[in-house]
Design a protein around this ligand. Sequence first.
Ligand code: ARG
Length: 459
Amino acid sequence: MALWGGRFTEEADVRFKAFNDSLVFDYRMAIEDIEGSIGWAKAINSVGIITDDELVQLTKALQELLFEVEKDIHAIAHAGFEDIHSYVESKLIDKVGDLGKKLHTGRSRNDQVATDLKLWCKAQIKILQQSITSLESRLIQVAEANYDVVMPGYTHLQRAQPVTFGHWVMAYVEMLDRDYIRLTNALNLLDTCPLGSAALAGTAYPIDREALAKDLGFRRATRNSLDSVSDRDHVCELLNVASISMMHLSRMAEDLIIYNSGEAAFVELSDKVTSGSSLMPQKKNPDALELIRGKSGRVFGHLTGILATLKALPLAYNKDMQEDKEGLFDALDTWHNSLDMMSLVFEGIKIRKERVLSAAKGGYANATELADYLVSKGIPFREAHHIVGECVVYAIAQGKALEEMSVAEFKMFNDRIGDDVYPILEIDSILKKRCALGGVNLTRIKEAIAFMKEHIANR
Ligand code: ARG
């Protein structure tokens, strides 16, 4: 039965009902709807709408319902009610009869749904932060085990300067740390309770909204009833955080897809996260990573979707806003699964140390060192840059690495180059020199890993 039959003489068309009903997705807020209802029961008791005895009965019945719902929340989805609020109210009436009909006094589904969704977001933020932390921990383990594994660093997808595998991994840990902080910031902003704002103008009963907010675990009550029921900033915000983080995961996936390619062969992905081709028996495809990359697009779509839905809505509540949930739920599920999948990818990844080292040695990644060397001999950098460019052209033509050129050959380009050039062209020296904070000096990398380990442990 619908919550609003009195004004109507005709039954709703079944096609309209299917179009309008939201239970198939908003059942996911069942626990929050019940918790919010327990809070509301206390609030209306405090202003004398229900007696203490009635409060006890309602609370008991709602707690029973909570227990039942927690057993299999998905079972509610197809129970045939208009939405989760109708479901909970109707189940409550089944348990306590007419008393159940008193609960909605002074409350609207508008402040109810706004409260439920915020409670749901708060719970999700905790879960997502746990997933981020566990991915970071896994990445830090891999970084520790490979902190000194030299590999090429790229700009423009051209080999640029050597870095280490550990340093590359830690770059993503930094990104994930920001994602974690973004979630905390989003939580701080959304942590205000709309309940007691009723349909749009505020409840007609003198309840203590601050006490209600505290009781439901919010930092404070919202301040304006119109804003309370029409605010979906937190949905946009969480979709934004999810989008940025999916962008990070997608870039990481893309790096790994390149590293896993036959051409690079820097890493080997485990059989657990790859699939075969139905036609070509030799293939092992990086499906997990491709799906992470692909799903990022879907999450970005939900962000644009909600912004477009909200942009021209007049205050206060409009049914358009029911469209806030499916995109949010899907995006957060997708993000959560992608974080977990990335962890799994790193569980079995093999780094082919010899391959990455020899790639780091090729590609003239030490050309900058030669230029710096010339600078140390008193040649201005711009000129040094030019001289090295010529050396590289020559070396390529000879099929040699820079360090394979003889002193006589170097002298063809600049006579200040001597025997002392060879040590500075070594990878070890290249890494060692980059000793400022954030650089690839191995001691710095170890410090960065230790810092993040402690940072995460202190969350
Ligand atoms: N299912 C609705 C939603 O998600 C609940 C609020 C309904 N309010 C109303 N006035 N019809 O937005």
